[in-house]
Design a protein around this ligand. Structure first.
Ligand code: 28G
Length: 661
């Protein structure tokens, strides 16, 4: 650096240094997630520029050398000299740590120019950052780099030279290329599908913005995606309802502001029974919900009840309908833009701001009432009311069925317990329930297990596909009744985690298409009726080995084709057995490879992106046959790294670093 240090420079350097010292504090992790995170910091700035109405094209390019280029066609980061700081706006954005941010859980601006929150963090964690700005007919350039100082210490994010004008241009906007620092990140490999998925989501959330993704890393396999949704949230709900039978179309959409909080809603009912509300704040998914969702639900219930009375669906003597009646078969997106967000909850994805509740309530009450009162929407309004009235009737009969089932359970407890081989220990934290496909595998599991903490529940044949089934039908199914009884928590709204009998519930099915289908059905059941078990990380997939490799006395097991190749590389004179099903393993082998906590591999089932899981669950389990077939034939090969659950709920089997839990 040629120039002299000022007090401001020293502050800057200390800031960048702090980021380098503790990257986790700023970007969560230094694995692939953290790597993606720094890309999103840059993309966020471009999205802000678009949200402010100045840009409508954003591109991301994954370059061959692992650098990434992001470009927008906005106003360009200011090139003028910042009055107080004495350097260009570009340099301020890339070298000054901006107060607050997502991990500080403090202020986070959305509009009116609070860009650049994370650009300096990206700079601190990059080998280099190259910035080009195109504005008012001229182009500008500045580069930032990491150096080794005279003591051999790495210093990062230093401007190589001040911002300089480089020529004339017709372009407008900002282009940033950065190379994540290999000394910081465990991997420099970004995942195309993960990035594409998030860009699609951002395109839905920011209507009219064209998002393009280019992957130039593999010469022989260059990929590109383009997303643009002029319908925004309305297109998003349509997409989520794509394979369901929609009750009306177009979706109901409205938006409005209160107290500087901008609220946008799209909703559409389908003929199913579950409700799916997806909420976002400043484009960040709020998976755990929060005040805004509470406000949305209470306003929806109130406004729709009022409408039902006014329109004669409910008589004076009738009780009001419950919120869940109006939410039966509902798919909704709720998107807020606000300045100061407070995140709470286990994964910091629940909105805590009380003013968000008031704002959403006000906007929904006002705008949804207007919608319902508008005569040209009468048909949609009546369909919504009609569906809720029916739901209330079913709820009443389900309530009866449920209490009947409870009674019945008491009576039939004996045969159910007979099917379950429970464990002898009573320590919840240690206990595990294996749900095993097939009687013969169930038999092996019973013999092979450690009965002190492992319980076995064998399943006969394929369980009922619960998608499209009402709760009373699910409760009537014997396989699910025994699962519910064994787990002990109850289901749906009544689920009580405190009564959970097993800390780990492990689905164990064959490594073939049937097994994958059974697994998908069980996961759908847990997702629909026992979601807290997934959220709380109690649901696991057991991974039986695919191959047994034997040479003399030595036996090894391979859990994927990739692992088989690795284990047998250069090996001669071995015999290979391919397991077609769990039933082929004897009790000792099953214990050794799949159940013994010392050796086994489990995949923990999580919900990373609820909207995406929702789409998967319906495509696979929904009533429209054509899309399901397509999906299964494309992805449901368990031996392929990207079989369907692995693609969406679970990490890819081959990429997945098998953890022993
Ligand atoms: C291509 C990759 C990512 C951006 C803008 C546009 C403005 C801006 C960005 O202002 C305010 C000033 C210095 C810190 C705002 C332009 C108002 C008028 C902008 C981007 C705060 C930042 N004209 N476009 N920042 N600064 N695109 N894309 O980063 O002090 S960032």
């Amino acid at each position: 650096m040629a120039k002299d240090y000022t007090v401001s420079d020293i502050k800057v350097i200390e800031g960048l240094e702090a980021v380098r010292m503790r990257p986790g504090m700023y970007i969560g992790s230094t694995g692939q997630r953290g790597l993606h995170h720094i890309l999103w910091e840059i993309v966020d700035n471009a999205i802000d520029e678009a949200a402010n109405g100045f840009a409508d094209e954003i591109s991301v390019t994954l370059n061959k050398d692992h650098s990434v280029t992001v470009e927008d066609n906005g106003r360009g980061i200011p090139v003028g000299i910042h009055e107080k700081i004495g350097v260009s706006g570009v340099e301020v954005v890339f070298t000054h740590l901006h107060a607050g941010g997502k991990f500080g859980n403090e202020s986070y601006g959305y509009s009116g120019g609070l860009h650049g929150v994370g650009a300096s963090v990206v700079n601190a964690l990059s080998e280099y950052v190259m910035v080009e700005v195109y504005t008012q007919g001229r182009s500008y350039y500045q580069e930032f780099r990491s150096f080794q100082d005279k003591d051999g210490k790495i210093v990062s994010g230093r401007p190589v030279a001040p911002l300089a004008e480089t020529g004339r241009t017709r372009k407008q906007g900002t282009k940033v290329t950065f190379l994540p620092d290999a000394r910081v990140f465990e991997t420099l490999e970004m995942n195309f599908e993960v990035i594409a998925k998030r860009m699609r989501e951002l395109a839905y959330l920011n209507k009219g913005v064209t998002m393009r993704l280019f992957d130039l890393r593999d010469r022989g396999n260059q990929k590109t995606r383009e997303f643009r949704y002029d319908g925004g949230l309305s297109d998003f709900v349509r997409y989520l309802n794509e394979d369901k039978t929609q009750l009306y179309d177009p979706p109901v959409t409205f938006s409005g502001s209160k107290d500087d909080i901008f609220v946008e809603v799209a909703l559409q009912h389908n003929d199913g029974y579950s409700d799916n509300i997806f909420s976002y704040v400043n484009n960040i998914p709020t998976t755990e919900g929060g005040t805004h969702e509470t406000g949305f639900k209470s306003a929806l219930t109130k406004v729709l009840n009022d409408y039902c009375r006014k329109a004669g669906f409910l008589k004076d003597k009738d009780a009001s309908l419950a919120g869940e009646d109006f939410r039966e078969g509902l798919t909704a997106i709720l998107s807020l833009k606000m300045r100061t967000i407070q995140f709470e909850g286990q994964t910091k994805t629940r909105l805590g701001n009380t003013e968000a509740r008031t704002a959403v309530e006000a906007v929904v009450t006002d705008k949804l009432t207007n919608f319902l009162e508008d005569l040209k929407n009468a048909q949609t309004a009546n369909l919504i009311a009609d569906k809720a009235i029916k739901a209330a009737k079913v709820r009443e009969s389900a309530r009866k069925a449920k209490s009947m089932a409870r009674e019945k359970n008491k009576l039939e407890n004996a045969p159910l317990v007979g099917k379950l081989s429970s464990c002898t220990g009573r320590n919840f934290a240690e206990n595990e329930l294996f749900i095993v496909e097939g009687d013969s595998a169930g038999g092996s599991a019973k013999q092979g297990r450690d009965r002190r903490f492992q319980a076995i529940l064998p399943l006969r044949g394929k369980p009922l596909n619960v998608e499209k089934k009402r709760i009373d039908q699910v409760l009537a199914n014997e396989e699910f009744r025994s699962i519910i009884t064994a787990i002990g928590t109850g289901i749906g709204e009544d689920l009580d985690l405190g009564s959970l009998k097993y800390n780990k519930i492990v689905i164990l099915s064959d490594a073939d298409q049937d097994g994958a289908h059974i697994r998908a059905i069980l996961l759908t059941f847990f997702y629909r009726y026992m979601k807290p078990l997934i959220m709380d990380e109690h649901i696991y997939i057991g991974l039986p080995p695919l191959y047994k490799i034997q040479k003399g006395q030595e036996i090894k097991y391979a859990y994927s084709d990739a692992e088989l190749a690795k284990l047998t590389r250069g090996m001669k004179g071995y015999t290979l057995q391919r397991y077609k099903g769990l039933g082929e393993m004897n009790p000792e082998q099953l214990w050794e490879t799949t159940m013994n906590p010392k050796n086994r591999s489990l995949i923990r089932v999580g919900i990373e992106d609820a909207a995406d899981v929702e789409h998967m669950v319906t495509v696979l389990m929904g009533d429209k046959v054509a899309p399901r077939k397509e999906y299964i034939s494309e992805f449901a090969n368990f031996n392929k790294a990207d079989s369907f659950e692995e693609r969406i709920i679970l990490p890819a089997q081959d990429d997945f670093e098998r953890i022993t839990v």
